[in-house]
Design a protein around this ligand. Structure first.
Ligand SMILES: [Zn+2]
Length: 126
């Protein structure tokens, strides 16, 4: 291809013209690809954040999985979202276990009272 600015012939894969330093069409394309990749990482981080409410364990795994990638790519927006997802997942898991503990306690007392009731009927009969 030819440089749009100076008209000199340059390689088809050249990002900038070696003659004048002008950016070629490849430069713009690469920038767009990088931006798309970055926004998809932010998308995955948001997904982790949403999952941290619905399915905390998945949110935690996804947040921990994407955080190092985001940091490696200097995508601080995604990294912050991942950290938020990890924190919220831990919080959600805590709440979930707390609720489960109470629900199980209630079920246990119910089973005990039902067994006691059956036991009483049995002993009254015989
Ligand atoms: Zn040029």
């Amino acid at each position: 291809m030819f440089c749009k600015k100076c008209g000199k012939e340059i390689g088809d894969s050249a990002v900038i013209c070696p003659n004048c330093g002008c950016a070629t069409d490849n430069y713009v394309e690469r920038k767009v690809v990088k931006k798309e990749k970055g926004s998809s990482l932010v998308g995955w981080s948001i997904a982790s954040l949403v999952l941290s409410f619905i399915a905390p364990l998945f949110g935690l795994v996804m947040g921990m999985g994407f955080k190092p990638i985001a940091i490696k790519e200097n995508n601080w927006k995604a990294a912050k979202l991942c950290i938020a997802a990890i924190c919220l997942s831990v919080l959600s898991l805590g709440v979930l276990f707390y609720v489960m503990y109470f629900v199980l306690n209630i079920i246990e007392t119910d089973v005990d009272s039902i067994l006691g009731w059956v036991y009483n009927i049995y002993w009254r009969r015989y």
